[in-house]
Design a protein around this ligand. Structure first.
Ligand SMILES: *[C@@H]1O[C@H](CO)[C@@H](O)[C@H](O)[C@H]1NC(C)=O
Ligand SMILES: *[C@@H]1O[C@H](CO)[C@@H](O)[C@H](O)[C@H]1NC(C)=O
Ligand SMILES: *[C@@H]1O[C@H](CO)[C@@H](O)[C@H](O)[C@H]1NC(C)=O
Ligand SMILES: *[C@@H]1O[C@H](CO)[C@@H](O)[C@H](O)[C@H]1NC(C)=O
Ligand SMILES: *[C@@H]1O[C@H](CO)[C@@H](O)[C@H](O)[C@H]1NC(C)=O
Ligand SMILES: *[C@@H]1O[C@H](CO)[C@@H](O)[C@H](O)[C@H]1NC(C)=O
Ligand SMILES: *[C@@H]1O[C@H](CO)[C@@H](O)[C@H](O)[C@H]1NC(C)=O
Ligand SMILES: *[C@@H]1O[C@H](CO)[C@@H](O)[C@H](O)[C@H]1NC(C)=O
Ligand SMILES: *[C@@H]1O[C@H](CO)[C@@H](O)[C@H](O)[C@H]1NC(C)=O
Ligand SMILES: *[C@@H]1O[C@H](CO)[C@@H](O)[C@H](O)[C@H]1NC(C)=O
Ligand SMILES: *[C@@H]1O[C@H](CO)[C@@H](O)[C@H](O)[C@H]1NC(C)=O
Ligand SMILES: *[C@@H]1O[C@H](CO)[C@@H](O)[C@H](O)[C@H]1NC(C)=O
Length: 650
């Protein structure tokens, strides 16, 4: 009997299985969506492309088998629960497609939806408010990267199962205030409203909820932060960068004991960093840069707290840097503050430090020796401080160093010959640091961006992304009182792109070996006492686009050659002791010495001068004319010939 009923059940199952397809009204809603999507593209020429996009969506098949559709697998009935309708515009003819928020209308009939992703579709218009009141089962809603505008409809805040809400990168203006009273979002864990035009204060109701990820960066929010926000032990990620928040941070910030990422950069916060921040044991990323934080002592960053990235740059911190930092810190940025005195902090236990940036402060004292022990350093930026004394040889210990900026200090003595041992500058590491740091919880992930490095690159201040750190290498010792000769050993630094020793007291000749730095793009030797001539070897530097040798005691011919010929700004050769060459429109004596007929090579150079279109002094042209008449010169070949030859040489 039992056997029989089991058989019966099986038969029943087999009989019914084919009919377990999605409900007809849901299929119809999806077909309506497809129709209005196709209707939104006004061209007919790309018929094929459209069909390709929703090929499987046809009326004769089960919509549970359609692409971008998931159904519930519960026995008895199958209903649509997930729609992945993101990135549609990329696959539609872009210039002919305007999606408006009306295309969402059919979807509001599918009340069983738990997951809806319509991100990255450039959908325009106000968000249909009534519709979302229908989708009461939603767990995850992604509306990011569209062009929705207006209010965020309060109906969204009635979705009581919602855990994930992403409305980033739209044009929303306001969060209605009454939401605080009516929010049903008891389960919300992830809220991303970044990159909108939101105004007003930090919503109090949000501060009182138990949300793990709060991302409100890139808006126009203002006011101070409600202390209750940090009473939450659910808070993992708080990103409020690029807003107009102000005031002091609440002293109870350390109550948010599971905070992993605190990004408050680019606001107007002031006052001291609350001591309680030292209780944030899980904090990994702390970015307080570009605010008005002050205080002459920093909280302890070493005993309870292990942040990997600390960026306190561009604030008004003062006093000595005496705080100890965590041994796990990889990036420490304290630049653009008012720190002074000697650096008494204990950095030598920082086994993972890759970047130490304290530029634009008033730090004094001898060049800090302990830095030589941080062998993981890839970036050391002490620019614009008051470090004195000589650069210790031990700095060659820093074999991973790729960017060394000691400019604008009071350093004396020689450039250590051991600089040639900077392995990081010989071959840059393939490891890029990556400009993002990822945070994962069981359900959600978030990426925090590390601020760009600000460096002097080719004579201007530029932000260099970490993502590309593997291709940068820079050595800047400018604006010190260094003396002695430029060491010849630097030729090993093959990866170097910028080399700047300007504004020092260097003397002697320019080493010919600099011509071996084949990746060099910028070479600044100006404002020294260098003498002799510019070595011909520099013509090997095919990447060089800036060469400044002005204000030295150089003499002789500026080397020619394809790349050298393009660097013809006279200011970069000015104030020397007799430089000549086509770049500065000054002929060299041997060019018209009657006793020495010029070689073929120099004849070519004559021509390239004309090609460059330089009108040198009339008297000089007359001299040449006379010489030409006197047949000291072989008559020149037609310009075409030369242009071809030159091109072939390149
Ligand atoms: C498609 O557009 C036409 C004209 O714009 C309109 O009449 C028709 O109802 C639209 N169809 C759908 C399914 O939206
Ligand atoms: C509908 O799509 C199914 C696959 O999902 C395909 O097997 C069938 O041939 C299609 N029918 C029509 C009429 O295109
Ligand atoms: C939808 O189906 C895919 C593939 O079977 C699965 O990876 C995904 O988790 C499903 N989504 C939901 C919300 O169940
Ligand atoms: C929605 O789709 C985009 C891809 O365009 C993806 O990056 C995003 O994570 C998806 N959202 C959710 C909640 O899975
Ligand atoms: C909500 O769903 C019902 C059917 O369940 C439908 O009649 C109604 O039009 C939907 N509301 C909106 C705004 O789409
Ligand atoms: C919230 O509700 C209370 C009473 O229930 C009311 O006094 C208050 O004004 C409401 N606040 C908002 C922002 O609507
Ligand atoms: C934080 O929580 C404590 C203890 O639950 C409570 O006494 C305090 O008032 C709360 N502070 C805020 C600002 O909500
Ligand atoms: C929150 O921080 C305040 C001040 O730091 C403290 O007095 C209070 O006990 C803390 N509350 C909780 C719940 O930890
Ligand atoms: C920052 O605050 C000061 C006053 O404390 C104000 O003058 C300034 O305009 C604010 N800056 C921004 C960008 O909001
Ligand atoms: C930093 O650490 C050193 C030794 O590791 C200790 O002597 C010093 O007091 C610490 N400084 C601070 C401000 O805690
Ligand atoms: C250089 O590095 C070695 C180990 O790599 C270390 O023992 C030594 O103390 C360092 N020298 C200086 C001066 O820091
Ligand atoms: C530094 O370079 C010199 C040669 O340039 C070499 O003899 C020496 O071993 C190198 N030292 C280190 C520590 O690599």
């Amino acid at each position: 009997m039992a056997k029989l009923s089991l058989l019966l059940l099986l038969e029943l199952l087999i009989f019914f299985t084919p009919s377990l397809s999605c409900p007809e009204y849901q299929k119809q809603a999806l077909l309506n969506f497809k129709a209005s999507l196709i209707n939104s593209t006004t061209t007919t020429s790309t018929e094929g492309q459209r069909v390709l996009l929703f090929e499987s969506w046809n009326s004769s098949s089960d919509c549970c088998n359609w692409e971008r559709v998931n159904c519930s697998s519960s026995l008895g009935s199958r209903t649509v629960i997930a729609l992945y309708l993101n990135d549609l515009v990329d696959q539609l003819p872009r210039e002919h497609t305007v999606l408006t928020s009306n295309i969402l209308t059919p979807l509001f009939h599918i009340r069983s939806l738990t997951h809806l992703n319509v991100s990255k579709n450039k959908i325009q218009g106000e968000l249909p408010s009534d519709g979302f009141a229908n989708l009461t089962e939603l767990i995850s809603l992604d509306l990011g990267s569209n062009d929705f505008f207006g209010f965020i409809p309060s109906q969204l805040f009635q979705l009581r199962y919602l855990q994930y809400l992403d409305m980033s990168s739209n044009n929303f203006h306001d969060i209605p205030k009454e939401i605080g009273n009516m929010t049903e979002l008891r389960h919300l864990q992830f809220l991303d409203l970044s990159k909108n035009h939101l105004e007003g204060m930090f919503p109090q109701w949000l501060a009182e909820m138990e949300v793990g990820f709060i991302i409100l960066s890139g808006n126009k929010l203002t006011g101070s932060l409600p202390p209750s926000l940090f009473n939450s032990t659910y808070l993992n990620i708080l990103s409020l960068s690029q807003n107009k928040f102000y005031g002091q941070l609440p002293s109870n910030i350390g109550n948010a004991t599971y905070l992993m990422s605190l990004m408050l950069n680019d606001n107007n916060f002031s006052g001291k960093i609350p001591e309680s921040i030292s209780n944030l044991r899980t904090l990994t990323l702390l970015d307080l840069s570009k605010n008005k934080f002050s205080g002459n002592s920093l909280p302890d960053f070493s005993s309870n707290i292990w942040p990997q990235i600390i960026d306190l740059s561009s604030n008004e911190f003062s006093g000595e840097i005496s705080t100890n930092f965590s041994i796990l810190t990889r990036v420490l940025s304290l630049g653009k503050n008012k720190f002074s005195g000697i650096m008494s902090t204990n950095l030598n236990n920082m086994r993972q430090l890759e970047c130490l940036d304290i530029h634009d402060n008033k730090i004094t004292g001898e060049f800090p020796d302990f830095i030589c022990q941080i062998s993981t350093l890839r970036i050391l930026n002490l620019r614009n401080n008051s470090f004195q004394g000589s650069i210790h040889d031990c700095i060659s210990n820093l074999t991973s160093l790729q960017i060394l900026d000691l400019s604008n200090n009071r350093l004396v003595g020689k450039i250590p010959a051991k600089f040639g041992n900077f392995t990081g500058m010989i071959k840059t590491s393939n490891e890029s640091v990556g400009d993002v740091i990822g945070f994962m919880t069981t359900s959600f992930s978030f990426q925090g961006k590390i601020n760009d490095l600000i460096l002097n690159w080719k004579k201007s201040t530029q932000g260099l992304s970490w993502k590309n750190l593997n291709i940068y290498s820079l050595l800047d010792l400018s604006m010190n009182q260094l003396s002695g000769e430029i060491p010849t050993t630097l030729d090993s630094l093959k990866a170097l792109k910028t080399f700047n020793v300007s504004h020092n007291n260097l003397y002697g000749r320019i080493p010919a070996s600099l011509g071996d730095l084949l990746n060099l793009e910028s070479l600044d030797l100006s404002h020294n006492n260098l003498s002799g001539s510019i070595p011909q070897e520099l013509a090997k530097l095919q990447q060089l686009s800036i060469l400044d040798v002005s204000n030295n005691k150089l003499a002789g011919r500026i080397p020619g050659g394809s790349q050298m010929d393009t660097m013809n700004d006279p200011n970069f050769y000015a104030n020397n002791s007799g430089l000549c060459g086509m770049q500065i429109r000054v002929p060299c004596p041997e060019d018209f010495s009657p006793t020495k007929p010029p070689k073929v090579e120099s004849k070519e150079r004559w021509f390239s001068w004309e090609g460059v279109g330089i009108g040198y002094a009339v008297s000089f042209i007359i001299t040449v004319g006379i010489l030409y008449l006197a047949k000291y010169f072989v008559p020149a070949k037609p310009p075409n010939y030369h242009r071809q030859r030159r091109r072939r040489r390149i």
